[in-house]
Ligand binder design. Structure first.
Ligand SMILES: [Ca+2]
Length: 173
C-alpha cells in the first residue's frame, strides 16, 4: 500500500507527443505519469472501481481540487498552440454535485489574467458511473497562447459531495 502511495504521489511531468501537431499531458493518478504540480496531491486514493489503474482523485470539501497542470506556454508546444482540451473521467451523484473545469491564464509573475470555468454537471448524465467530460479552450482569444504566459488547469468540486476523478488530460493542438 505504502509503495503504491509513494508511486502515486510522485508527480512527474510526462508529455506524450501523439501527433506532429498535438501534445498530450495525462494524469492517471497512478504512477509516474502525472501532471506537473506545485504541490503534492493529498487526495489521491486507492479506489476499487478506478477508471485506470488503482488510484483516482477524490474531490470533497476538504480537498476539492484535482492535480494541477501548470506550465509555461513556451514549454508546452514547439509552436504556439491554438487550442487546449481539458478532459477527465468523472464519477459522481449527478443530482447533488457541482464540478467545474478550470483554466487559468497567468503572467510570468503569477498574476491571474483570466479564470475560465465550465460547469461539468450538464454533461454528466449518469449517476455513479464513469463519464467522459471535455471542454475546449480557444488559446487565440486574448493572446492566451503568448509564450510568456502560464496555463494552469484543474477540476474543482464546488459541492460538499464526494466526486471521483481519473485520467485528467490536457491536450494542445
Ligand atoms: Ca487512475
Amino acid at each position: 500500500m505504502k509503495r503504491y502511495l509513494v508511486a502515486g504521489l510522485c508527480l512527474v511531468l510526462v508529455a506524450c507527443h501523439t501527433a506532429s501537431d498535438e501534445f498530450t499531458y495525462l494524469d492517471t493518478g497512478d504512477s509516474q505519469v502525472a501532471f506537473y504540480s506545485e504541490k503534492k496531491a493529498l487526495n489521491l486514493i486507492e479506489y476499487p472501481n478506478a477508471h485506470s489503474g488503482k488510484f483516482v482523485y477524490k474531490l470533497d470539501s476538504v480537498n476539492p481540487y484535482s492535480g494541477t497542470f501548470y506550465m509555461n506556454v513556451s514549454r508546452i508546444f514547439p509552436e504556439k498552440p491554438k487550442k487546449a482540451l481539458l478532459s477527465a473521467w468523472v464519477l459522481s451523484d449527478k443530482s447533488n454535485s457541482n464540478l467545474n473545469f478550470i483554466l487559468e491564464v497567468r503572467d510570468d509573475h503569477f498574476n491571474q489574467k483570466e479564470w475560465l470555468s465550465n460547469n461539468a454537471m450538464q454533461k454528466i448524465n449518469k449517476n455513479n458511473e464513469w463519464v467522459y467530460v471535455e471542454f475546449e479552450y480557444d488559446l487565440l482569444d486574448n493572446q492566451r497562447n503568448a509564450p510568456e504566459n502560464y496555463l494552469r488547469a484543474y477540476l474543482l468540486n464546488n459541492s460538499p459531495n464526494e466526486i471521483y476523478v481519473d485520467d485528467v488530460e490536457m491536450r494542445f493542438y
